[in-house]
Design a protein around this ligand. Structure first.
Ligand code: CO
Length: 151
């Protein structure tokens, strides 16, 4: 009986560890009807080959009025990406088409909508600084945070 209990406990521990590991590579991010994300710092274990961002717009305003995207790039590329995004405008999704400086980007969403993006972390260097930001209507001026691989 004791052995059975111990076995069961071991199984539960194994299942929980596996779930925790999977969750570490997935981050939930939210934004509402203001120019901010619900976090200014995202860290993902370097052991994650891929990272997933689940992005939810918790506000009420439609994308045309208060749309947001979640874009990841080197911090040094933020402003150039935003500048080109402004040129692309709403029709271009506020991003230059196939911008090689963009590591990952979600679609633009409005209130009540959700989206996600999964990207490989292999190209990220520990020595570089990365930021996530929203390029809609120059939101990145204030709507941004830092992104890093840890460990
Ligand atoms: Co925005």
């Amino acid at each position: 009986m004791k052995t059975m209990k111990r076995l069961a406990a071991t199984l539960v521990t194994a299942i929980i560890s596996q779930a925790a590991f999977a969750n570490e590579c997935t981050v939930d991010v939210e934004a509402g009807d203001a120019l901010s994300f619900n976090t200014t710092k995202i860290e993902i274990p370097a052991s994650c080959a891929n990272a997933t961002i689940n992005f939810k717009h918790t506000g009420r305003l439609p994308a045309a009025a208060m749309g947001h995207n979640w874009v990841l790039a080197k911090t040094a590329d933020l402003q150039p990406i935003q500048n080109d995004g402004n040129v692309a405008g709403a029709a271009g999704g506020y991003l230059k088409a196939d911008d090689p400086r963009v590591i990952a980007a979600t679609a633009i969403i409005g209130g009540g909508e959700s989206t996600s993006v999964t990207f490989a972390t292999g190209g990220l260097n520990a020595g570089d600084a990365y930021s996530f930001f929203c390029t809609v209507m120059s939101h990145s001026v204030v709507m941004k945070g830092t992104f890093a691989l840890k460990g």
